[in-house]
Design a protein around this ligand. Structure first.
Ligand SMILES: NC(=O)c1ccc[n+]([C@@H]2O[C@H](COP(=O)([O-])OP(=O)(O)OC[C@H]3O[C@@H](n4cnc5c(N)ncnc54)[C@H](OP(=O)(O)O)[C@@H]3O)[C@@H](O)[C@H]2O)c1
Length: 353
């Protein structure tokens, strides 16, 4: 039996990745796709990579049309717009997997502070926050299966949390971390900007939105605090890399007092946490993950190294921001929600080289 799905925001980068994954999915069937400026065009005209593979019209978003054609909708819109679409879809009984930040933060006031602009506009659909489950299957698998709204995690939070949450949860490191993370430019979406323009971004690497300036900070604080069972402090420094996709997070933490400080303790905790996870591989011996090894796949490679000289733990994660950091993870959640194999349509390795 096939599962009819709709995509709202199909002309963006995460929308394209959803189309790529879902058009090859064994049980999902994309019935209608929506966008704003691209409405009226066809998928294969907006994205020539689909020529010969997929052909369908892109329509202006219409919640009734989506509800009439799909049991599950993916919303891949800018924050704010997404919440409105999600509310309209939920009213019509559609289960939604939202890729925006609109349902990731549990506290509506924290949302207003980070996403509400200068005037701290309130959350557009606060009544729905209680329905939302954070869409990181490695931490919330059972809740995702029965959710009405799944909030797809941010790409940086996915990597940082996968790297260190098992150590926080086991009480091996303090919830006071420094995150140095780097992402390819597709993380900023398809709309052109000076910051991601090739002549300006193509030959250099730079940090941006430093010292609590990046909107993924409260999400990371929330999820690390939940893993540790107490409030987390996070210094997060994102960097823009001159490549199109891929994300690497290095998380620095101090062992909690009393922890036996040796490599095996930290490595065993990571290995145990991910031993049965289909998409997260804990590398042994403190080996370094590489974005080139997960490009195009729903896989995350994690690793940990204890540095005796500094007394610090370095936890690392590489993933593809558009797959495990967004659309692949959303499809993984869809699989859980429909009782399909969790790996359906996602089992392949990445592109290499
Ligand atoms: N890029 C990533 O790595 C990544 C990772 C995780 C999460 N996310 C989140 O996922 C969401 C989508 O990201 P993206 O990178 O795919 O963005 P994008 O490339 O800028 O695409 C945005 C999409 O939303 C559509 N859209 C905008 N306003 C709309 C409206 N009012 N009604 C209907 N469609 C509308 C656009 O359609 P038109 O262009 O046709 O107007 C386009 O299809 C964002 O919230 C982002 O934060 C992105």
């Amino acid at each position: 039996m096939s599962i009819p799905v709709a995509i709202v925001g199909a002309s963006g980068y995460t929308g394209a990745e959803l189309l790529r994954l879902l058009s090859a999915h064994p049980t999902a069937r994309v019935t209608r796709v929506f966008a704003r400026r691209s409405a009226g065009a066809r998928v294969e005209d907006v994205f020539p990579q689909f020529r010969g593979a997929l052909s369908m019209p892109i329509e202006a978003f219409d919640a009734d049309a989506a509800a009439g054609a799909a049991e599950i909708a993916f919303t891949a819109l800018p924050h704010g717009d997404s919440a409105e679409a999600v509310a309209a879809l939920r009213e019509r009984g559609v289960v939604v997997i939202d890729l925006s930040a609109d349902f990731r933060l549990r506290d509506a006031e924290v949302y207003a502070r980070w996403y509400g602009g200068e005037e701290r506009a309130p959350h557009p659909a606060p009544a729905l926050l209680g329905e939302a489950v954070y869409g990181l299957p490695e931490r919330y698998r059972d809740d995702i299966a029965g959710a009405g709204i799944v909030a797809g995690p941010g790409c940086y939070p996915t990597a940082a949390v996968l790297a260190v949450a098992p150590l926080l949860e086991a009480g091996l490191v303090e919830p006071d971390v420094v995150i140095d993370a780097k992402s390819g430019a597709s993380g900023a979406g398809r709309s052109p900007s000076q910051a991601t323009h090739l002549p300006e971004a193509g030959e250099g690497v730079r940090p941006y939105k430093i010292a609590g300036g990046h909107r993924h900070t409260p999400e990371i604080v929330q999820e690390m605090g939940l893993a540790a069972g107490r409030a987390a402090k996070v210094l997060f420094t994102p960097h823009l890399l001159p490549m199109s996709r891929g994300l690497l997070a290095c998380v620095y933490a101090r062992p909690t007092p009393g922890t036996a400080e040796n490599q095996a303790v930290f490595e065993d905790a990571l290995a145990a946490a991910y031993a049965h996870e289909p998409f997260v591989t804990a590398l042994s011996g403190g080996a370094c993950p590489d974005t080139a090894h997960v490009r195009g796949s729903n896989r995350a490679h994690v690793s940990v190294r204890y540095d005796e000289a500094s007394g610090r733990v370095l936890a690392m994660c590489a993933l593809d921001n558009l797959v495990k950091g967004a659309s692949g993870q959303a499809v993984q959640c869809m699989n859980l929600m429909c009782g399909a194999e969790e790996t359906a349509g996602l089992a392949g390795a990445g592109f290499f080289p």
